[in-house]
Design a binder for this molecule. Structure first.
Ligand SMILES: *Cc1c(COP(=O)(O)O)cnc(C)c1O
Length: 408
């Protein structure tokens, strides 16, 4: 090191963060420690992670959009014409014409007055919930709602009451108990639950929102591009048009790129321009991302998009049937997300590791993403998996599952 503290060598860490090492050792002891799997090449249905080719049941790339020709072309064209970055936050100089056009396109797609795009689905949820509510307000939230909703609720400083997963009766019990609440009330749910793959009882929750005068909000991260006409999401799928005040979606899963969006009334969107903190204080998407998303929504609304969604669902049915036949417990999933329940975290990570060695990548999910004792291997099939990929996946799952006595 020279006198000014410049060096080309890695600095050895100061002791102030040593406690983190102890936490990591603890995770190892609980079989909750993981290494990042590194994707070499493209995000595809059969992909190379850490130098090994595996059937990939771990991505959210439902429709294969991450590598779609038309989307790739759109990204490259936009980079050529408009550069690689937007150079500012939306509220200063970082709103490009294409940002506005994408938002108009999404609002049309969802059948709402307006839309605002955030940097991620996480930012959309956290930024919206924390902006529209304050400490005098109340949030009624499904116990399995996504972390970004939970963080948004906490940031808002509103009171939070959690109802049992998908339990409309329990939700109403809370609403009855809080009927005279003086502040605003928000009833919030995931549309599709990311670790279970089941669908929210949106019509019944919307009834409750009407009866008890709540703002109704749904996070459709896993339903955009998957459920409803051309992938319009759970509101469309369950016929709740006009009954949900705030629809959040992601551009990072089926849409294939990056970002999150909020759809609703013009007032809601303009309010978020002024108060949505990630919108105000974090730089907007680069042209390549915006153009990719524009092309993705055009594709969703085409015959090709429709065909891909059909293929996604026929693959889903085939794979679920296969898992049932093998005797796996797969919970209450109703979507392409199928958890394979194991229970014990150590056994689950061992199961995932052995599947991987046999050529199948299904990620082990444990605490804190799911409750203690509910560890599972989560699988997601896509439209681009070939039947042969899924047959081989089922063969591997059956073999390792029997060896480990997860099935008999
Ligand atoms: C993935 C996910 C998000 C976050 O979306 P990103 O665009 O990846 O930040 C939000 N909500 C749910 C339910 C999700 O599954």
């Amino acid at each position: 090191m020279d006198q000014e503290g410049h060096t080309t060598e890695t600095a050895s860490p100061r002791p102030q963060l040593n406690y983190l090492h102890d936490v990591l050792e603890d995770l190892k002891a609980q079989h909750l420690y993981f290494r990042l799997k590194v994707l070499e090449g493209e995000q595809k249905p059969v992909a190379n992670f850490d130098g090994k080719e595996v059937i990939n049941l771990s991505s959210n790339n439902y429709l294969g959009f991450t590598t779609h020709k038309a989307l790739r072309r759109a990204a490259m064209e936009a980079t050529k014409r408009f550069g690689v970055g937007s150079g500012a936050v939306r509220t200063i100089a970082g709103t490009m014409k294409m940002h506005m056009e994408l938002e108009e396109q999404i609002a049309r797609f969802k059948g709402t007055e307006a839309c605002v795009v955030f940097q991620s689905g996480f930012a959309a949820n956290a930024g919206t919930v924390s902006a529209i509510l304050g400490k005098e307000d109340l949030i009624i939230s499904d116990e399995l709602n996504h972390a970004s909703i939970i963080d948004g609720c906490r940031l808002s400083k509103a009171a939070i009451k959690v109802f049992r997963h998908k339990d409309v009766g329990d939700c109403e019990r809370i609403l009855k108990e809080t009927e005279s609440w003086p502040g605003k009330k928000l009833l919030i749910t995931d549309g599709v639950f990311s670790m279970e793959g089941d669908i929210a009882p949106l019509p019944q929750l919307s009834d409750l929102a009407e009866k008890y005068n709540c703002i109704m909000m749904v996070d459709d991260a896993h339903s955009s591009g998957v459920l409803g006409r051309n992938g319009r999401g759970t509101v469309d799928h369950l016929g709740c048009h006009g009954r949900v005040d705030i629809q959040v979606g992601t551009l990072s899963k089926a849409v294939g790129s990056l970002g999150g969006y909020v759809c609703g009334s013009r007032d809601l969107i303009e309010f978020l321009y002024h108060r949505g903190r990630p919108f105000l204080f974090s730089t907007s998407h680069p042209p390549s991302v915006v153009a990719t998303c524009q092309a993705a929504f055009t594709l969703l609304d085409s015959a090709e998009g429709e065909g891909l969604i059909r293929k996604l669902w026929s693959n889903t049915k085939f794979f679920k049937r296969g898992l049932k036949r093998l005797g796996f417990k797969t919970g209450e999933s109703q979507t392409p997300i199928t958890p394979i329940m194991v229970g014990d975290a150590a056994k689950c990570s061992e199961f995932s590791r052995r599947l991987y060695d046999a050529g199948l990548f299904g990620v082990a999910i444990g605490y804190p993403t799911v409750a203690q004792g509910k560890a599972r291997v989560r699988t997601i099939v896509t439209a681009t998996h070939k039947r042969a990929d899924l047959e081989k996946a089922l063969e591997i799952l059956g073999r390792i599952g029997r060896e480990m006595q997860i099935i008999s």
